[in-house]
Design a protein around this ligand. Sequence first.
Ligand code: CUA
Length: 211
Amino acid sequence: MEELHSALVAPQHVWWKPAGKQEKLWVTVSFVWCMILFAMMPLWHIKGGQNPSGIRARVEPADFVKRTDQFVKDYKVGEENGFPVVAPPAGSDVYLLARMWQWYPVLRLEEGKTYTLHLSAADLNHGFNLQPFNLNFQVIPGYDYGLRVTPTASGDFRVICNEYCGIGHHLMVGKILVTPVGGAAAIEPPAGGFKVLPDAEAAVAAEGGRS
Ligand code: CUA
């Protein structure tokens, strides 16, 4: 009987013979490549400098709202369109709350000073996008991201939401004012940017600085 392509009939060809030279070479090359890609994942995370070092802490959304309210109470310096304008001291913990459909509150930071920016959401997933720069973070309820940031330019920055969050998504625009070194609040479009430090030191600062 000829080959039947059936599980009941033994295969007729030569698959049981030892692998040939080319096949061994091919398997070796793909295995080595596999290992390189495998090693690249952690290496890129650590060396690539493009990822913040992940979640710093879990937080109940209600608690994050409370922290933000306390932060506003402590450092409020004015109001703009019904939003509190908050000017925290350099080096402090700064809270920015995302909720349908606003970024709360308005922040006033100083150029060249470093802050720990805590981002979280009260209701659902929002996206932090700093304009006019391409700086993006997912803002997720239940997680507190502590990012160490240093504004490297003064100006009037906008935070837009880039994660669809409902009917008011397109209206969800926040504001970060950066005052120049030793001067009054500037209103010109910024020329520089923000520097985010994704290092281990920042993680420690974020952990230790929370009340
Ligand atoms: Cu918040 Cu879209």
